[in-house]
Design a protein around this ligand. Structure first.
Ligand SMILES: *[C@@H]1O[C@H](CO)[C@@H](O)[C@H](O)[C@H]1NC(C)=O
Length: 323
């Protein structure tokens, strides 16, 4: 099995591409109207029964959490998972960075540590997926769950992610269509003509592929399916070079139903690279961008997130004083 291979181009359109194709098939010609109605009613009844049972006995999905808490009603929950071995002072600063932003716009935050998620021997970065699922059960009345990695900062707290990026109109305006999911030459391209209100996942792409440092998921049944599909043990054990990042690219390319819910937005909207991007590229951080991201600053070696973020923390403080 080789999961990393992008799907091959085929002359036959995939089944999900029939959205616009007008089918000449009409079941009425095959089944008498009355019987058709009875079949449809039976199917609807069966689905209703399944849903009721699921509702009564809980999701029972692989990442099941009991929802007990009444939600905050915040439109956005910012989710960040920290490595428990990380420097406490730095963790505190990064948490404050989100909390101040959240307070300003009426959002909520959700923090936890990697060790609280049972990801066994897979890379710790996988913990973002169950953490999102966890946050969704703790905030059952919130809409958007924005995963913002500990390696990224909110650099311009005056920009509300809701009205500036996540509103249906803004998503329609910003989404990048007909773009290879994995640059430069994946044959699977982002869909055109998607409605903003149907979008459930908002991601960005850097030079190498989809980024998992900053992305948003809309809570709902579909989100549960998406996160469970992503967290599949097969992918966790597959040893993708970029762990959950490559697994995401895999499911997005292979499942047209996921691609049909996905908006690829310009990196500068939610994921500008303060470090590691070519300054001439559009993903590079410039003053005023919502997020400054430092991908890989937590990987040790010569790098330190705290050191790299210091000037940005200072700029944010300065700006606060000037407002
Ligand atoms: C973090 O996760 C653990 C395990 O699920 C849970 O018991 C704990 O309450 C969580 N912490 C927060 C702050 O939500």
């Amino acid at each position: 099995m080789h999961f990393a291979m992008p799907p091959r181009k085929t002359s036959r359109p995939p089944p999900y591409a029939v959205r616009n194709a007008r089918s000449s098939f009409n079941p009425q010609y095959l089944i008498p109207r009355d019987r058709l109605r009875r079949v449809v009613l039976a199917i609807l009844g069966f689905l209703a029964a399944v849903w009721t049972l699921r509702w009564m006995f809980g999701g029972g999905g692989e990442i099941g959490y009991e929802s007990a808490v009444a939600g905050s009603g915040a439109p956005v929950v910012i989710v960040t998972v920290f490595d428990e071995k990380a420097d406490k002072g730095w963790v505190g600063r990064v948490k404050r960075n989100r909390e101040e932003y959240a307070r300003r716009h009426g959002y909520a935050t959700f923090f936890n540590t990697t060790s609280n998620y049972n990801i066994k021997t897979s890379p710790l970065s996988w913990s973002k997926v169950p953490a999102l699922r966890h946050a969704m059960t703790l905030h059952p009345t919130s809409t958007w769950f924005w995963y913002l990695d500990s390696t990224a900062l909110i650099a311009n707290p005056s920009v509300p992610i809701t009205s500036h990026i996540l509103s249906p109109a803004k998503l329609e305006k910003h989404m990048i269509v007909n773009e290879p999911v994995v640059p430069p030459d994946s044959v699977i391209k982002t869909f055109a003509n998607l409605k903003g209100e149907r979008i459930d996942v908002v991601v960005t792409q850097d030079r190498e592929g989809l980024s998992v440092e900053s992305f948003a998921v809309r809570r709902g049944e579909w989100a549960k399916y998406f996160l469970d599909a992503w967290f599949d043990p097969i992918y966790r054990n597959y040893n993708f070079q970029k762990a959950e990042g490559h697994a995401l690219e895999h499911i997005v390319q292979w499942h047209g139903t996921i691609l049909a819910k996905l908006a690829l937005v310009p990196q500068s909207l939610i994921n500008s690279y303060a470090k590691g991007a070519d300054p001439s590229q559009q993903g590079h951080y410039k003053s005023g961008d919502l997020v400054a991201s430092f991908p890989g600053c937590d990987k040790g070696g010569k790098r330190s997130c705290d050191e790299e973020m210091k000037p940005y923390f200072e700029e944010i403080e300065k700006r606060k004083g000037a407002e």
